[in-house]
Design a protein around this ligand. Structure first.
Ligand SMILES: [Zn+2]
Length: 118
């Protein structure tokens, strides 16, 4: 789904603002970004002033707790995309040794983490 846009079906959550807006979203590997956040990025990248980010310190305990499930879901989605990435390399017969080197771990660690055989 990399590079794809999505409009309806299961409304994904923007990985940046955690909202599920009705407009277009751009999907990357395990992440989505809404048009509002793209607009914010454009402002930042062109040096225009932006509203201050509501830091974690300014959030209440309830707000932080409410955001926790979405953060965990994003971690799981990203981990699954990482597995699919490794699956693609294995389907191309790229060795566990090369995958491990790219990840900076031992061959055994890479195999134990990503092999669908174990
Ligand atoms: Zn957003």
């Amino acid at each position: 789904m990399q590079g794809a846009t999505t409009k309806e079906t299961q409304r994904p959550q923007c990985s940046f603002c955690r909202k599920s807006p009705s407009g277009e979203m751009v999907a990357g590997p395990g992440v989505y970004i809404c048009d509002a956040c793209v607009g914010l990025c454009q402002r930042i990248l062109t040096g225009k002033p932006t509203a201050a980010f509501a830091s974690w310190q300014s959030m209440t305990d309830e707000e932080l707790l409410d955001a926790l499930p979405a953060a965990e879901a994003a971690v799981h989605a990203t981990a699954e995309k990482l597995h699919e990435h490794v699956d693609m390399l294995r389907a191309r017969n790229v060795s566990w040794e090369r995958i491990a080197t790219a990840l900076g771990v031992s061959r055994q660690a890479a195999w134990e983490r990503f092999s669908r055989e174990n």
